[in-house]
Write a protein that binds this ligand. Structure first.
Ligand SMILES: Cc1ncc(COP(=O)(O)O)c(C=O)c1O
Length: 376
């Protein structure tokens, strides 16, 4: 079983300010008069009221629920999780930082794919971890298109390096950004069995909601030795409010809670997330629309001769023949006032990434790109 840092294995540290909401739950009754938290409860907030309305302003005065119970209850109801197997934090990014803080010390070795979602490497380096990167598998044919070599995090290479370097943690984004590749649950389970017992698997599932099998029963289960992280930034449209959640056993989450910034998810973010989760039909319809736009965009680009990668996310990635051409297209798009993403890592210099928004399907929007494609 992977472990947390030594100093977290004994009791404490204990959060000195779990907050009024937690205290109310412990006592089993409401505390209507809050005279002890030194907030600005009597601030008139006329300017804010004029701008956003009274309803919004009522959410800004108090420290929030450090356990985000309302969000966890709704996630549990909507997706079939157990409430005590969920931890809410300020986006998936915050969870990556939190897991690193709880599991890795200065000089500890962590492993990731070179060019995958770069925030993990940024945080790992910032914490003084020794980051070992493995290349993408750029040769394996895609399951649905055997003539088409894909671009997938190389799970065997990750396991090999984890064993070689006695790593504390391996990071995998699944579905992956920027390739869009989806490894099956079986492949992820296999990776887990190949890692050293005391090495964590940090599984970033920010794009899980866009998988066609997003609601499979195994999606709701903690996996031993794995910390799964998800977000409301993508399919729920709340990136600016910063809400993400981790799925793991209660024991694992209790250790993470010891080093979590307790009010990181604001009261307003929690209130908004609860409203969105109370209206699952809107999210379902949105996901369906995104999947359709993604597939339309992919087939339009493929018809123009682009090397489009299969995507289980809310974006489409394509490989141009050279990094120079990708740079040129990216610049031309930007000069036309249109920002698409170009993978920053030199290993993925040929890769461009486009969000599956309506705007991307607007006629002529992608002209600087499509002009560079073989059948243009
Ligand atoms: C793989 C991956 N993980 C995490 C994130 C960030 O998620 P959040 O907004 O919840 O921090 C992103 C955002 O693009 C992502 O692509």
């Amino acid at each position: 079983m992977p472990r947390f840092n030594e100093h977290l294995s004994s009791p404490g540290p204990n959060n000195p300010f779990p907050g009024v909401r937690v205290l109310e739950r412990q006592l089993g009754h409401a505390i209507p008069h809050q005279l002890g938290s030194n907030e600005g409860l009597d601030m008139p907030h006329s300017a804010l009221r004029r701008h956003f309305g009274d309803d919004m302003v009522k959410h800004v005065y108090s420290y929030g629920d450090s356990e985000a119970l309302g969000i966890r209850q709704r996630l549990a109801k909507r997706y079939g999780f157990r409430c005590d197997e969920l931890l809410v934090d300020a986006g998936c990014d915050s969870l990556l930082a939190l897991v690193l803080r709880a599991t890795c010390s200065l000089g500890d070795c962590v492993i990731a794919t070179a060019g995958t979602y770069p925030t993990f490497a940024y945080f790992a380096r910032g914490q003084g971890c020794r980051l070992i990167e493995t290349g993408y598998d750029q040769t394996t044919p895609q399951p649905n298109d055997t003539n088409h070599p894909g671009l997938a995090p190389d799970l065997a290479a990750l396991a090999h390096e984890a064993n070689r370097h006695k790593a504390r943690l391996v990071y995998v984004a699944n579905p992956d950004n920027p390739s869009g590749h989806l490894h099956s649950d079986a492949a992820i389970s296999q990776l887990r069995t190949e890692l050293p017992d005391n090495c964590w698997l940090l599984l970033d599932e920010a794009y899980n909601d866009f998988r066609l099998d997003a609601e499979r029963p195994s999606a709701n289960q903690p996996i031993t030795g794995v910390i799964r992280c998800r977000t409301l930034s993508k399919a729920h449209g709340l990136a600016g409010l910063r809400v993400g959640y981790a799925i793991a056993s209660p024991e694992v989450l209790a250790a993470l809670m010891k080093v979590r910034i307790h009010y990181a998810v604001s009261t307003l973010s929690q209130a908004a997330a609860e409203i969105v989760l109370d209206h699952p039909d809107e999210t379902r319809a949105h996901i369906l629309a995104v999947q359709q736009r993604r597939d339309t965009l992919a087939s339009q680009l493929a018809d123009l001769g682009a090397d489009v990668l299969p995507s289980a996310t809310n974006f489409v990635a394509l490989r141009l023949p050279s990094a120079e051409l990708a740079d040129q297209v990216h610049r031309d798009m930007l000069n036309a006032g249109r920002l698409i993403a170009k993978a920053a890592h030199p290993e993925l210099g040929r890769l461009l990434r486009i969000s599956a928004l309506d705007a991307a399907l607007t006629p002529n929007m992608l002209d600087p790109l499509t002009r560079a494609l073989p059948s243009a």
